[in-house]
Design a protein around this ligand. Structure first.
Ligand SMILES: Cc1cc2nc3c(=O)[nH]c(=O)nc-3n(C[C@H](O)[C@H](O)[C@H](O)COP(=O)(O)OP(=O)(O)OC[C@H]3O[C@@H](n4cnc5c(N)ncnc54)[C@H](O)[C@@H]3O)c2cc1C
Length: 425
């Protein structure tokens, strides 16, 4: 079993790294070479802006290259819960934003001719407990009323044509969800950004940000300094670097994944005949999908822990047990890949964008950002190029989490709470 991301291991090579030393100045410096940063750099370059992207590691080395491979419509959090908090109209606006973001990913793939196995397969949310079906029914009714008339509620019996497992009690089908090979997409996007004129510097971690005046900053990296008229932070969890304000607002939470060896085609089709993306309804639940070479990609929160090789492998053992529970026929399926990554979680699981202390930012996708990060890269590029004046998820009063200064001491407690909820509710 390789302790690395299947997407990264099977992605094409990034050929667009800048070959010249860091320039003294750029119109815009983008910090972070994941989907957000690279999409922003591509769109800025296409608008004729002189843009430099600084990445501390390699492009697509964090969440964007280490995720579950779903590019789904819908929100990270339960729609009914959001309706209760902000009302149907505002919740529908948030939901619609994710629909639009998936559409944008599809258009971008076509425009830039990125070969990444993108397809609209639909997303099925599976009720892990009989009682969870009532919640899915309430969500389906609100979605039909508000924003997604095509959602389908499936009973336990109707699920038989969807999944070869007795573990579930019904499901909610959102037909517009998609999936893609995240490594092929991300590297394709980064190569397109370089072709458009963005100067991309891997292994240039940002260590200090000094505000000069207005939006102008001096940015210190591990390999020299640069000044910029504007700076966009696209660092995901932002847990490494001079970002203390964000480190009080974003909680990095681990999520983990295993990938089987290629399975016999007939076996896989019997288990997942409609070949969609799947998520379960538990708080510490699972998400899965197949690959074009007939593997099963199976992920979940597993433990409330950070991602590193030892932690990933321990989480992998938990995931293997869940995989066996859901699909007993895969008990002996060999596991080829196991990895983890850090999710940039906000308290309400909604993204945030805006400007703080002269620095523009967009982050906090809360484990549901493969589409929104790409779209927000575009939005922020337009904002910085002065083609628009507003951004979705703009938050003028983003409060810090009480008692939190960057070390999420409360995660083990949260883990116990959600485990108990999954057991008893
Ligand atoms: C295990 C896992 C599974 C997931 N599954 C899904 C899924 O199936 N569907 C979905 O929609 N979403 C999923 N997500 C979330 C999704 O992958 C992210 O929301 C999205 O990739 C965020 O992109 P990003 O560019 O904002 O962040 P990232 O991809 O994390 O990129 C941020 C970049 O900033 C760099 N950086 C950080 N600090 C500095 C610094 N000081 N200087 C320079 N560079 C810096 C990092 O090295 C990194 O490359 C998952 C996430 C994880 C971790």
């Amino acid at each position: 079993m390789k302790l690395e991301s299947f997407w990264q291991a099977t992605a094409p090579e990034f050929t667009g790294a800048a070959s010249t030393p860091l320039p003294a100045h750029a119109d815009v410096v983008v910090i972070g070479g994941g989907f957000t940063g690279v999409s922003a750099a591509l769109n800025l370059a296409k608008s004729g802006v002189d843009v430099v992207l600084l990445e501390r590691d390699q492009v697509m080395s964090q969440a964007s290259g280490r995720n579950g491979g779903h590019c789904n419509t819908g929100l990270a959090q339960n729609f009914a819960t959001l309706v209760a908090r902000v009302g149907l109209e505002e919740a529908s606006r948030c939901y619609q934003a994710f629909d639009n973001a998936v559409n944008y990913v599809g258009r971008l793939i076509e425009d830039e001719q990125i070969d990444c196995d993108f397809r609209r397969c639909g997303k099925l949310k599976l009720a892990s407990k009989p009682g969870h079906l009532a919640g899915l029914r309430a969500t389906a009714e609100l979605l039909r009323k508000g924003v997604d008339p095509d959602v389908v509620l499936l009973s336990k019996d109707e699920l038989r044509t969807e999944i070869g497992s007795d573990a579930f009690h019904g499901g909610l089908l959102q037909l517009r969800g998609g999936q893609m090979h995240m490594g092929k997409f991300g590297i394709g996007l980064a190569n397109a950004a370089a072709r458009a004129g963005a100067k991309i510097y891997p292994e240039h971690g940002v260590t200090a940000l000094t505000r000069l005046n207005g939006y102008r900053h001096r940015i210190t990296t591990t390999q020299g300094e640069i000044t910029a008229d504007k700076v966009l932070m696209a660092t995901g969890p932002s847990n490494i670097g001079p970002f203390p304000w964000f480190q009080r607002r974003i909680v990095p939470v681990g999520s983990f994944i295993v990938v089987t060896a290629p399975l016999p085609e007939a076996q896989l089709r019997a288990l997942l005949p409609q070949d969609r993306t799947y998520v379960t309804s538990l708080n510490i639940g699972n998400y899965f999908r197949t690959t074009t070479d007939n593997r099963l990609v199976f992920g979940g929160r597993a433990r409330f822990a950070v991602s590193n090789p030892t932690s990933d492998s321990r989480s992998g053992d938990i995931l293997k047990a869940s995989l066996k529970q859901i699909f007993p026929a895969l008990e002996r399926a060999p596991i080829d890949y196991c990895w983890g990554g850090m999710v940039d979680m906000t308290a309400d699981r909604l993204p945030r964008s805006g400007e703080h202390d002269g620095v523009f930012y967009t982050l906090g996708y809360s484990g549901h950002g493969s589409q929104m990060s790409v779209w927000m890269g575009r939005v922020m590029a337009d904002l910085l190029a002065e083609k628009r004046t507003d951004s979705p998820w703009q938050c003028d009063k983003w409060r810090p989490l009480p008692g939190y200064y960057g070390t999420p001491w409360f995660l083990p407690v949260a883990g116990l709470y959600y485990k108990a909820k999954d057991r008893f509710c």
